[in-house]
Design a protein around this ligand. Structure first.
Ligand SMILES: *Cc1c(COP(=O)(O)O)cnc(C)c1O
Length: 435
C-alpha cells in the first residue's frame, strides 16, 4: 500500500464529508477516539444556546418547554438505533461505572429471587464470571457488589470462558470489545452459551457503541451499559447509557431508588414506586448541559445514516473502520518489520475499532514511543502491561473523522520515531498522571 493508494481510498470514501462535523486541531492525527471522542462543531453553539436561552431566559420553565425532562429517554432512543435495541429500552444517565452497579445489582436480585422461589433451591449459583483483563472499574464494581450480596467474582482468561460457564454462574459480565486488546466477543454465541447454563448476561459496550454494530435484542442479551464520551463523542465525563431486555423490564430492581426513577416523581409521595420500564434506572436530577452535548455527539454518528444507502450508520462505519485498521496493520508490518507484534485479532469478526501493538523484543519503550508520537501530533495512548500482558501502544480508529492518508501519515511518524530512536529522549520517558 502506497501513499497514492491511501489518497485514492480517501477520494472514493463516501463517508469523508462526515469529518466536517468536527473541530479537529491543526496538525493532529487523532487515534484516541476510543478514549475521548473529538468535539462536534455543533456543541459550542448548542451549549451556548442552552445556557443563554434555556437556562438564562427559560429558567425552571425549561424542564417542560425545552424538553429537559425527557432528555434521558430521547437520547436513549438515539443510542438504541446504534446498539440493536428498540425505542423506549435505553436511557442516558449517570456514568458507566454507576450504571454497571445498577444493572449488576438488578441481575443479582433476579438470581436471588429465583433462588427463593425455587422449592429445591439452587444455592450453588453464586458466581459472577468475568474476564481477568476486563476494564478495572467493571471488576472493582463487581467485587464490592459480590461482597455485599453474597456472590463471588471468578476471573478467567478469555480462552477459559467456555469451560468456566457452569451452573454455578449467576451472571456472566463481559465487555464486548476489550479495552486493552481490541478483541471482540461474539455476543450472540456467548449469550446463548450463558443462557444454556441458566446465567444472565451483562454486557459493557464502552468500546462498542458507535464503533461496531451491536445487536442486543437479536443476541437476546439481558442487560447492557455503555459510555458516552468514547465513540459517541459526548464530551469528557458525558452521561453513559443503560439497556435492559424487555422481558426483564418490569422486574428489575434499581438499587439507587431516587425520585427520577419513580412512577410519578411530581406526586412527591413518601414511598418509592418504580417507573415502568427502563425509566426506573434514572436516579436523580440529570446534568442537562452534559446531556445536550451528548446529543450533539450522538447526532454525529447517526449522520452516517444518510450516507449508508439504507444500511444504517453502523454498517457503513464498520466497513470503513475495518478498512482503516486493515490499512494500519498492513503499513506497520510493511514499514516497521519485526518491530511490533499485533495484539488485536486479525480476524474481522473478532476485531473492534482499535489496533494494539506491543514491542516484539519485549523491551521497555512502549510508553516513550507513544509520548514521542503525541509530541508529533499523533495521539494514541499507552496501557501498562502486567504478568499476563505486555505493555501496549493503543490506536483507536474513528471512521467519522479519520481517512486513509491519516493512517499513512501516522505510520510514517511511527517509522521516524523508531528509526531515529527519538523515543529515547528523557522528556518522553517521564510518566504522566493520565496515560
Ligand atoms: C471507559 C470504560 C469505562 C468508564 O467508566 P466511567 O464510569 O465512565 O469512568 C468503564 N468500563 C469500560 C469497559 C470502559 O472501557
Amino acid at each position: 500500500m502506497t501513499l497514492d493508494d491511501c489518497r485514492r481510498l480517501d477520494a472514493q470514501d463516501t463517508l469523508a464529508p462526515l469529518r466536517n462535523q468536527f473541530i479537529l486541531p491543526e496538525g493532529v492525527i487523532y487515534l484516541d477516539g476510543n478514549s475521548l471522542g473529538v468535539l462536534p462543531k455543533a456543541v459550542p453553539e448548542r451549549i451556548a444556546a442552552v445556557i443563554a436561552q434555556e437556562w438564562g431566559e427559560g429558567l425552571i420553565r425549561s424542564w417542560n418547554s425545552a424538553g429537559w425532562f425527557d432528555l434521558p429517554q430521547r437520547l436513549g432512543d438515539k443510542v438504541a438505533r446504534l446498539i440493536g435495541a428498540s425505542p423506549g429500552e435505553v436511557v442516558c444517565t449517570d456514568s458507566t461505572s454507576i450504571n454497571l452497579y445498577k444493572v449488576l445489582f438488578a441481575a443479582l436480585s433476579q438470581v436471588l429471587q429465583a433462588r427463593e422461589a425455587a422449592t429445591g433451591g439452587n444455592d450453588k449459583r453464586r458466581v459472577v464470571l468475568s474476564e481477568r483483563s476486563n476494564f478495572p472499574t467493571d471488576l472493582y464494581i463487581a467485587e464490592s457488589l459480590c461482597r455485599e450480596r453474597g456472590f463471588s467474582l471468578r476471573l478467567v482468561d478469555v480462552s477459559e470462558l467456555s469451560t468456566a460457564l457452569t451452573d454455578e454462574v449467576a451472571v456472566l459480565m463481559l465487555t464486548h470489545v476489550n479495552y486493552r486488546t481490541g478483541a471482540m466477543h461474539d455476543m450472540e454465541a456467548v449469550t446463548t452459551a450463558a443462557h444454556a447454563v441458566g446465567a444472565l448476561t451483562v454486557w459493557d459496550l464502552a468500546h462498542s457503541a458507535g464503533a461496531v454494530p451491536v445487536a442486543l435484542n437479536d443476541s437476546n442479551a439481558d442487560y447492557a451499559i455503555g459510555c458516552g464520551y468514547k465513540y459517541l463523542n459526548g464530551g469528557p465525563g458525558a452521561p453513559a447509557f443503560v439497556w435492559v431486555h424487555a422481558r426483564h423490564a418490569s422486574q428489575f430492581q434499581q438499587p439507587l431508588s431516587g425520585w427520577w426513577g419513580h412512577a410519578a416523581p411530581f406526586e412527591f409521595t413518601p414511598h418509592y414506586r418504580p417507573a415502568a420500564g427502563v425509566a426506573r434506572y434514572l436516579c436523580g436530577t440529570q446534568p442537562i448541559i452534559a446531556l445536550v452535548a451528548l446529543e450533539c455527539g450522538l447526532d454525529t454518528v447517526l449522520a452516517a445514516d444518510s450516507f449508508s444507502g439504507g444500511l444504517g450508520s453502523m454498517a457503513v462505519l464498520r466497513r470503513k473502520s475495518l478498512a482503516l485498521t486493515d490499512a494500519f496493520i498492513a503499513l506497520v508490518e510493511a514499514r516497521c518489520p519485526g518491530r511490533f507484534s499485533l495484539i488485536t485479532p486479525r480476524d474481522h469478526l473478532l476485531r473492534g475499532s482499535q489496533v494494539c501493538l506491543a514491542l516484539s523484543d519485549g523491551g521497555p519503550g512502549a510508553y516513550a514511543i507513544v509520548q514521542a508520537l503525541i509530541a508529533r501530533g499523533v495521539i494514541g495512548d499507552f496501557r501498562a502491561g502486567d504478568s499476563q500482558m505486555p505493555d501496549i501502544l493503543r490506536f483507536g480508529f474513528t471512521p467519522l473523522y479519520l481517512g486513509f492518508e491519516d493512517v499513512w501519515n501516522a505510520v510514517e511518524h511511527i517509522v521516524q520515531v523508531v528509526e531515529r530512536e527519538e523515543w529515547k529522549r528523557p522528556e518522553f520517558n517521564q510518566k504522566l498522571a493520565v496515560t
